[in-house]
Design a protein around this ligand. Structure first.
Ligand SMILES: Cc1cc2nc3c(=O)[nH]c(=O)nc-3n(C[C@H](O)[C@H](O)[C@H](O)COP(=O)(O)OP(=O)(O)OC[C@H]3O[C@@H](n4cnc5c(N)ncnc54)[C@H](O)[C@@H]3O)c2cc1C
Length: 386
């Protein structure tokens, strides 16, 4: 007898939508459970006072992978936004990644000397790492390196991850890139970049549109699934379920925190309506030397909404993730280190005994995934089924 093709997806974010989209076309009957009353997960965007904003902070789609770009383009057109981030440090405002313009603004009289040295040393190379800059034995370059290491990167990283300045791992920072030229682009390695001309929510809704997909909002996956660890069986609403199960939530939550809480970094995002056409020079400005805030985003400048008199900005304040505190119990970034990965792997082993269970997405896999990585992983997984 032919086996029924069925799948359950917990989580209606980008990962869940990608898997649903691919499996529906392979004739799977899919039921999605999403605990929120909206779809899109972290990519969810909506209109407030006619201005499109991103609930979980600014999202810019960028990738170098044509296959992922082509996939996204089936569900939305992208606008031509290029993310030109600035850094505000005291009275200075300069591009990030650091480029020749930044060098001129920061190093002033030494700038030409530094740029010529870099051109001579690296020739036509477009990108170098901070660590390559550090290794150059030249007093003026060393002074410049120390300035940006401390004021641009270490301060920001310490605040972002909640560690003391001297506990920031220089190895991580030294991997950041410097652009040898005047190109101002936060994603210089990526060929494709932009935001949906309408919304991410509409794009993801379209990905879910198929007669084989049924979405249930406001239902927590933990409540509909029961795990029988002894007999290695999973029950859906009390009936044994032999189909595929994709879980886009955090595994510690699913296991009732049996091995403890998986650490994440959270954010307080403060949205402010400003009665002016434009608030700042560019969509994203980082504030590494601010005591608490990391960046300000102005959404209109990314979404390219026109003819609106007001504008909305968001200010981001990194916080520890605390399960019992409503202000910071959203899981924004997994804190990936050896200790936390050991804990995550214990959870993974716990659920691995179920052959039809697949953790998915940035929470299920406990990985920092950009949108293109999220889609790529989900695509590969979905394509591994017939
Ligand atoms: C602040 C921030 C900025 C970012 N900016 C960018 C950017 O500029 N560019 C970029 O490429 N990427 C960016 N990303 C990454 C991007 O958000 C992710 O790649 C993408 O959203 C991951 O999708 P996902 O489906 O794995 O997870 P999520 O978006 O988290 O979706 C998971 C879904 O599962 C649901 N869920 C979880 N548990 C349960 C449960 N028990 N029952 C029912 N539903 C459940 C959640 O409610 C959610 O809807 C950013 C991420 C953050 C945090």
């Amino acid at each position: 007898m032919l086996k029924k093709k069925e799948a359950i997806i917990i989580g209606a974010g980008l990962a869940g939508a990608t898997v649903a989209n691919i499996l529906a076309k392979k004739n799977y009957k899919i039921i999605v459970y999403e605990k929120n009353n909206f779809i899109g997960g972290n990519c969810f965007d909506y209109y407030r006072k006619n201005i499109l904003i991103h609930k979980y902070g600014p999202h810019i789609f960028h990738t170098n992978k044509k296959e992922i770009y082509d996939f996204v383009c089936k569900y939305t057109k992208l606008n031509n936004f290029i993310n030109k981030v600035y850094v505000r440090h005291k009275n200075l405002l300069f591009p990030l990644p650091i480029n020749f313009t930044s060098i001129k603004i920061i190093a002033k009289d030494d700038a030409n000397y530094i740029i010529q040295k870099l051109k001579k040393k690296f020739g036509k190379t477009k990108l170098i790492t901070l660590s390559q800059l550090k290794q150059i034995n030249d007093a003026k370059i060393k002074k410049f390196y120390h300035f940006i290491f401390q004021n641009v990167y270490a301060n920001y990283t310490a605040k972002m991850w909640g560690v003391k300045f001297d506990k920031v791992n220089p190895k991580t920072i030294n991997r950041v890139k410097i652009i040898l030229g005047d190109e101002h682009n936060y994603f210089p390695q990526d060929k494709y970049q932009g935001l949906p001309i309408n919304t991410y929510t509409q794009m993801i809704t379209k990905m879910f549109e198929h007669k084989n997909i049924k979405i249930n909002l406001k239902i927590d996956g933990k409540k509909v699934l029961k795990f029988d660890f002894k007999n290695k069986k999973i029950y859906l609403n009390k009936t044994k379920f032999n189909g595929l199960i994709f879980y886009c939530g955090s595994l510690d939550e699913l296991a009732n925190y049996k091995f403890g809480i998986l650490p994440y970094r959270s954010l307080k995002i403060e949205f402010l309506l400003k009665k002016m056409k434009k608030f700042q020079q560019n969509a994203i400005i980082n504030y590494p030397s601010h005591p608490k805030m990391t960046r300000i985003c102005e959404y209109k400048l990314m979404t390219q909404q026109k003819n609106i008199d007001n504008t909305i900005i968001s200010k981001e304040y990194p916080k520890p993730f605390i399960l019992s505190n409503k202000q910071c119990n959203h899981r924004f970034y997994p804190i990936i280190n050896k200790k936390n990965l050991v804990k995550y792997n214990r959870y993974l082993r716990l659920f691995k005994i179920f052959p039809n269970f697949y953790p998915l997405g940035r929470l299920g896999l406990y990985k920092y995934f950009d949108m293109d990585d999220t889609i790529e992983y989900a695509m590969k997984l979905a394509n591994s089924f017939h």
